[in-house]
Ligand binder design. Sequence first.
Ligand code: NDP
Length: 254
Amino acid sequence: MILEKFRLDGKVAVVTGGTRGIGLAIAKALGEAGARVIISARTSASEAAEVLTNANVDFEFIEADMREEGAADELTRRVIKRMGRLDILVNNAGVAIHGDSGDFDDETWRKIMSLNVDAVFRSCRAALAPMRAQGAGVILNIGSMSGIVSNIPQNQVAYNSSKAAVHMMTKSLASELALENIRVNAMAPGYIETDMSRGGIENPDWFPIWRDMTPMGRVGQPDEVAAAALFLCSPASSYVTGEVLVIDGGYTTR
Ligand code: NDP
């Protein structure tokens, strides 16, 4: 049965930033497919616990600020201690800050790069030892259409650069790790309705431009990203590695 290739029974999945938005939807999807899920973020969220409990997902929360230098190693250590294995890593935690380039200071640049790029690499690196020991693993990095096109009207040089880095990091790791049975893919969502995008959706100067530049004429929902995440994290995509799957309502076609 082809649908069995989407099952994740017996697998352990970690989703960084899994308490809200896209991360929570991915955690729910992987959990519904049978994985035991660890969600991590800086603050625990009762909303996430309620969503996952109602969906009968076997989950735990581990607090972690992924910007901190040792956070990825520590998170991986705690996952192995609690669950005994790590099969699927979803690097989802990310931040977007916009601003004109002439005024974009070093501190804000670092705020974005330390989470969107440094933490993603450290997290991939930390997962390698347990995945190698198991002889298999899957990594999914959340990039963005902003790593492919410079979407407007907001200026976001650091965010766009960080997501382009995520895409290339994904391809580089996929190439390096393919013979070790570790697949590495990314997704590049367009505008998805979450806390991150809410300010733009509510901004009358921005939203009509976002909508009109999206061929499907609407923003996406976290579930629409999560379904693709399940594909990329499951044996359904067993011959897919190094892919950056765009989920953007057609935005990057124009
Ligand atoms: P949200 O802002 O809604 O959620 C972000 C999640 O990350 C929360 O769980 C948050 O929890 C966690 N987080 C934030 N900072 C840190 C940190 N320093 N350490 C650990 N966890 C952290 O974001 P989205 O769901 O919208 O975005 C998820 C991913 O998708 C991001 O990588 C984003 O760039 C990408 N994306 C989003 C798009 C969109 O339109 N929404 C479009 C394209 C890509 P807490 O604050 O408690 O730490």
